[in-house]
Write a protein that binds this ligand. Structure first.
Ligand SMILES: [Mn+2]
Length: 316
């Protein structure tokens, strides 16, 4: 922790990055860090590989959060990656980051190899939002109500509103303090978790209809092709909402959603009690956490499904 505070306190201009297909933790903690640094007089630019997805747009309202999708400057004295478990997941910025001398990482992925010069990885923390909160507290950065809202959104996104096993007493203490500091928790939870686009809802209906069970009902799989998405007027991001459906089926240990993504295939793995999701993902070069992991594959949707199901035979 001391090293990361020192690295950031010593910097005058920082470039902030987060992972591709960003989620609430990625956007929330990166926006929050931008504001924390600015309040301490540290200039910074935020880089995201794509525009903030529609369902996370609510986060843009908390303070000034300008960001770029392409590298603007090169006069940074520190590059900082947030919530990004490996260098590749920085997407278009991976090369710039990998070639830069002074780099830092704040993250909570167990599988993070520590690819920066200074690495602050809370492997048992709930979220990068929680790690950034701890960083701000210890580093004496001022947590404004906007920052509190962004970090609250980050933490709730990655804990499924404090439901996942990654939630610890420390997570709740952090959330309580953020609430105290003015986090807009009612609106954030309503917008992020209790509001659904009609096309997403219909996509869920289709996905549920197509769900298949394997290994005596212990494995549930949903597959989504680009065609499926198109027929519902949906885009790839809308399929994010499907991730928790397979695991929620009674008796299921491993829930998988497999989606066509550009010319590749992505799988999100969620487990309930004993299967290590990150170990399964690692077979395919993916990674993540014990109960939630992901991977990208060159296989088509159905081949990847069959392969995952076959690999699960000994794990289940
Ligand atoms: Mn995260």
């Amino acid at each position: 922790m001391k090293n990361i505070i020192k690295a950031i306190r010593e910097a005058k201009k920082v470039a902030l990055f987060t992972h591709i297909t960003p989620d609430g933790d990625a956007i929330g903690s990166t926006f929050a860090m931008g504001q924390l640094l600015r309040s301490a007089g540290i200039e910074n630019d935020i880089y995201i590989n794509e525009k903030v997805p529609e369902r996370l747009k609510v986060l843009e309202a908390y303070g000034e959060n300008p960001y770029y999708t392409e590298l603007q400057d090169n006069d940074y004295d520190l590059m900082l990656a947030l919530d990004c478990g490996d260098l590749h997941r920085l997407g278009d910025f991976a090369d710039a980051f990998g070639n830069f001398e002074n780099t830092a990482v704040i993250d909570h992925h167990v599988s993070n190899p520590g690819y920066a010069k200074v690495n602050f990885i809370e492997a048992h923390g709930s979220s990068t939002g929680e790690a950034v909160y701890n960083f701000a507290l210890q580093g004496c950065f001022e947590i404004s109500s906007n920052v509190a809202s962004l970090l609250y959104a980050a933490i709730t996104s990655d804990t499924g509103c404090f439901k996942y096993s990654s939630t610890t007493p420390r997570t709740l203490v952090a959330a309580a303090d953020l609430m105290e500091k003015g986090a807009d928790y009612v609106k954030i939870c309503k917008k992020l978790f209790d509001t659904e686009d009609i096309k997403t809802l219909r996509l869920k209906a289709m996905a549920t209809e197509n769900l298949q069970l394997y290994h005596n009902g212990k494995v549930a799989v949903i597959t989504v092709t680009t065609k499926d998405l198109e027929s519902h007027g949906a885009i790839y991001e809308d399929a994010e909402g499907l991730t928790d459906i397979p695991r929620s089926v009674s008796g299921v240990e491993v829930g998988i959603v497999i989606k066509e993504w550009k010319d590749k295939t992505k799988a999100s793995i969620r487990t309930n009690e004993y299967v290590d999701a990150s170990a399964l993902a690692a077979i395919y070069g993916g990674g993540g956490h014990i109960r939630a992991a992901g991977l990208v594959s060159e296989m088509d949707v159905l081949s990847l499904r069959d392969d995952l199901v076959a690999n699960l035979k000994d794990l289940i």
